[in-house]
Design a protein around this ligand. Sequence first.
Ligand code: GLN
Length: 199
Amino acid sequence: MAHPGNPGVLALQGDWREHLATLADLGVDGVAVRTPEELEKVGSLILPGGESTTISLLLETSGLLPGLRDRLAAGMPAFGTCAGMILLATEVTDGRPDQHHLDAMDVVVRRNAFGRQVDSFEADLDVSGVEGGPVHAVFIRAPVVESAGDGVEVLAKATTPDGVTRPVVCRQGRVLVASFHPELSGEHRLHQLFLDQAA
Ligand code: GLN
Protein backbone atom coordinates (compact mmCIF):
# COMPACT_ATOMS: atom_id res chain seq x y z
CA MET A 1 0.00 0.00 0.00
CA ALA A 2 1.30 3.47 -0.82
CA HIS A 3 1.68 5.95 2.01
CA PRO A 4 1.95 9.37 0.43
CA GLY A 5 1.23 11.23 3.69
CA ASN A 6 3.12 13.90 5.58
CA PRO A 7 5.92 13.04 7.99
CA GLY A 8 4.73 11.89 11.38
CA VAL A 9 6.34 12.43 14.78
CA LEU A 10 5.79 9.73 17.39
CA ALA A 11 4.17 11.76 20.19
CA LEU A 12 3.93 9.35 23.12
CA GLN A 13 6.70 10.86 25.28
CA GLY A 14 9.82 12.97 24.88
CA ASP A 15 10.64 16.01 22.78
CA TRP A 16 8.21 15.41 19.92
CA ARG A 17 7.03 19.06 20.00
CA GLU A 18 10.54 20.24 19.14
CA HIS A 19 10.60 17.88 16.14
CA LEU A 20 7.24 19.26 14.94
CA ALA A 21 8.63 22.80 15.37
CA THR A 22 11.77 21.92 13.39
CA LEU A 23 9.62 20.51 10.56
CA ALA A 24 7.45 23.65 10.67
CA ASP A 25 10.59 25.81 10.35
CA LEU A 26 11.35 23.82 7.18
CA GLY A 27 7.84 24.54 5.88
CA VAL A 28 6.60 20.99 6.46
CA ASP A 29 3.40 20.06 8.31
CA GLY A 30 4.36 17.22 10.64
CA VAL A 31 1.66 15.07 12.18
CA ALA A 32 1.67 13.93 15.83
CA VAL A 33 1.24 10.15 15.89
CA ARG A 34 -0.36 8.55 18.96
CA THR A 35 -2.70 5.92 17.49
CA PRO A 36 -2.54 3.17 14.87
CA GLU A 37 -4.97 5.19 12.71
CA GLU A 38 -2.66 8.21 12.78
CA LEU A 39 0.33 6.01 11.91
CA GLU A 40 -1.51 4.68 8.84
CA LYS A 41 -1.80 8.21 7.42
CA VAL A 42 1.83 9.33 7.64
CA GLY A 43 4.46 8.74 5.00
CA SER A 44 7.46 8.64 7.33
CA LEU A 45 8.08 8.81 11.06
CA ILE A 46 10.41 10.65 13.44
CA LEU A 47 11.05 8.95 16.78
CA PRO A 48 12.02 11.62 19.31
CA GLY A 49 14.44 11.85 22.19
CA GLY A 50 13.07 11.04 25.61
CA GLU A 51 13.16 7.79 27.51
CA SER A 52 13.30 4.70 25.35
CA THR A 53 11.95 2.36 28.05
CA THR A 54 8.90 4.59 28.57
CA ILE A 55 8.28 5.03 24.84
CA SER A 56 8.64 1.25 24.43
CA LEU A 57 5.95 0.65 27.06
CA LEU A 58 3.67 3.28 25.52
CA LEU A 59 4.10 1.67 22.08
CA GLU A 60 2.52 -1.42 23.64
CA THR A 61 -0.32 0.27 25.50
CA SER A 62 -1.20 2.55 22.55
CA GLY A 63 -1.49 -0.46 20.24
CA LEU A 64 1.08 1.14 17.91
CA LEU A 65 3.75 -1.56 18.14
CA PRO A 66 2.55 -4.15 15.57
CA GLY A 67 1.65 -1.55 12.93
CA LEU A 68 4.90 0.32 13.46
CA ARG A 69 6.90 -2.89 13.03
CA ASP A 70 4.97 -3.63 9.83
CA ARG A 71 5.48 -0.15 8.38
CA LEU A 72 9.22 -0.18 9.14
CA ALA A 73 9.60 -3.67 7.68
CA ALA A 74 7.82 -2.39 4.54
CA GLY A 75 10.42 0.38 4.19
CA MET A 76 8.81 3.43 5.80
CA PRO A 77 11.49 6.15 6.14
CA ALA A 78 12.32 6.86 9.78
CA PHE A 79 14.53 9.22 11.77
CA GLY A 80 15.38 8.50 15.40
CA THR A 81 17.15 10.90 17.75
CA CYS A 82 18.65 9.63 21.01
CA ALA A 83 15.86 7.49 22.56
CA GLY A 84 14.47 7.18 19.02
CA MET A 85 17.81 5.80 17.84
CA ILE A 86 17.71 3.21 20.64
CA LEU A 87 14.20 2.15 19.60
CA LEU A 88 15.15 1.70 15.93
CA ALA A 89 18.15 -0.59 16.64
CA THR A 90 18.29 -4.35 16.22
CA GLU A 91 20.00 -4.79 19.58
CA VAL A 92 20.25 -2.66 22.74
CA THR A 93 22.84 -3.06 25.47
CA ASP A 94 22.26 -1.68 28.97
CA GLY A 95 18.56 -1.62 28.17
CA ARG A 96 15.70 -3.08 30.16
CA PRO A 97 15.29 -6.74 29.21
CA ASP A 98 11.65 -6.13 28.25
CA GLN A 99 12.24 -3.02 26.11
CA HIS A 100 11.24 -3.38 22.48
CA HIS A 101 13.63 -2.80 19.60
CA LEU A 102 12.14 -2.16 16.21
CA ASP A 103 14.93 -3.75 14.11
CA ALA A 104 14.89 -0.94 11.54
CA MET A 105 18.67 -0.44 11.51
CA ASP A 106 21.32 -3.13 11.78
CA VAL A 107 23.16 -1.62 14.76
CA VAL A 108 23.94 -2.56 18.34
CA VAL A 109 23.28 0.53 20.47
CA ARG A 110 24.52 1.08 24.02
CA ARG A 111 22.26 3.26 26.18
CA ASN A 112 23.75 6.06 28.27
CA ALA A 113 27.21 5.49 26.76
CA PHE A 114 28.37 9.02 27.56
CA GLY A 115 27.35 8.87 31.24
CA ARG A 116 24.43 10.23 33.22
CA GLN A 117 22.35 13.41 32.92
CA VAL A 118 25.12 15.46 34.60
CA ASP A 119 27.55 14.27 31.93
CA SER A 120 25.47 15.86 29.16
CA PHE A 121 27.64 17.83 26.75
CA GLU A 122 27.65 19.67 23.45
CA ALA A 123 30.03 19.22 20.54
CA ASP A 124 30.49 20.38 16.96
CA LEU A 125 30.56 17.40 14.62
CA ASP A 126 31.26 17.00 10.95
CA VAL A 127 28.41 14.97 9.49
CA SER A 128 29.00 13.40 6.12
CA GLY A 129 26.39 14.60 3.61
CA VAL A 130 25.60 17.74 5.64
CA GLU A 131 27.05 20.86 4.04
CA GLY A 132 27.73 24.27 5.53
CA GLY A 133 29.95 23.52 8.50
CA PRO A 134 29.81 21.34 11.59
CA VAL A 135 26.57 20.28 13.26
CA HIS A 136 26.11 21.54 16.82
CA ALA A 137 25.21 18.39 18.75
CA VAL A 138 23.55 18.26 22.18
CA PHE A 139 24.16 14.92 23.92
CA ILE A 140 21.85 14.10 26.87
CA ARG A 141 22.31 10.62 28.40
CA ALA A 142 23.13 9.74 24.85
CA PRO A 143 23.49 6.31 23.29
CA VAL A 144 26.28 5.26 20.96
CA VAL A 145 26.57 2.68 18.19
CA GLU A 146 28.78 -0.17 19.39
CA SER A 147 28.70 -2.09 16.14
CA ALA A 148 27.05 -1.66 12.78
CA GLY A 149 26.21 -4.12 10.01
CA ASP A 150 27.62 -3.94 6.50
CA GLY A 151 24.63 -2.04 5.12
CA VAL A 152 25.00 0.82 7.60
CA GLU A 153 26.71 4.07 6.59
CA VAL A 154 28.44 5.92 9.43
CA LEU A 155 27.93 9.68 8.90
CA ALA A 156 29.53 11.01 12.10
CA LYS A 157 31.50 9.79 15.11
CA ALA A 158 32.24 11.00 18.63
CA THR A 159 34.50 9.82 21.43
CA THR A 160 32.94 8.16 24.49
CA PRO A 161 34.46 8.55 28.00
CA ASP A 162 36.49 5.34 27.53
CA GLY A 163 38.44 7.15 24.79
CA VAL A 164 36.99 5.14 21.91
CA THR A 165 35.55 6.96 18.88
CA ARG A 166 32.25 5.44 17.79
CA PRO A 167 29.38 6.19 15.36
CA VAL A 168 26.77 8.73 16.48
CA VAL A 169 24.98 9.38 13.17
CA CYS A 170 24.15 6.45 10.88
CA ARG A 171 22.00 5.75 7.86
CA GLN A 172 20.72 2.53 6.40
CA GLY A 173 18.53 2.92 3.36
CA ARG A 174 15.91 5.50 4.34
CA VAL A 175 16.43 5.14 8.08
CA LEU A 176 18.54 7.79 9.82
CA VAL A 177 19.61 7.85 13.47
CA ALA A 178 21.49 10.34 15.65
CA SER A 179 22.71 9.94 19.25
CA PHE A 180 22.07 13.62 19.90
CA HIS A 181 19.19 16.10 19.54
CA PRO A 182 19.29 18.32 16.44
CA GLU A 183 15.72 19.30 17.38
CA LEU A 184 17.01 21.05 20.53
CA SER A 185 19.77 23.17 19.04
CA GLY A 186 18.10 24.95 16.13
CA GLU A 187 19.86 22.55 13.76
CA HIS A 188 17.70 21.83 10.71
CA ARG A 189 20.07 20.09 8.31
CA LEU A 190 19.60 16.54 9.62
CA HIS A 191 15.82 16.89 9.33
CA GLN A 192 16.34 18.20 5.79
CA LEU A 193 18.56 15.21 5.02
CA PHE A 194 15.84 12.92 6.34
CA LEU A 195 13.11 14.65 4.33
CA ASP A 196 15.26 14.53 1.17
CA GLN A 197 15.95 10.83 1.53
CA ALA A 198 12.30 10.10 2.44
CA ALA A 199 11.06 11.90 -0.69
N1 GLN B 1 19.05 7.51 27.85
C1 GLN B 1 17.75 7.67 27.28
C2 GLN B 1 17.11 6.33 26.97
O1 GLN B 1 17.63 5.32 27.26
C3 GLN B 1 17.79 8.51 26.04
C4 GLN B 1 18.08 9.94 26.39
C5 GLN B 1 17.57 10.94 25.40
O2 GLN B 1 16.75 10.66 24.53
N2 GLN B 1 18.02 12.15 25.61
O3 GLN B 1 16.06 6.30 26.41
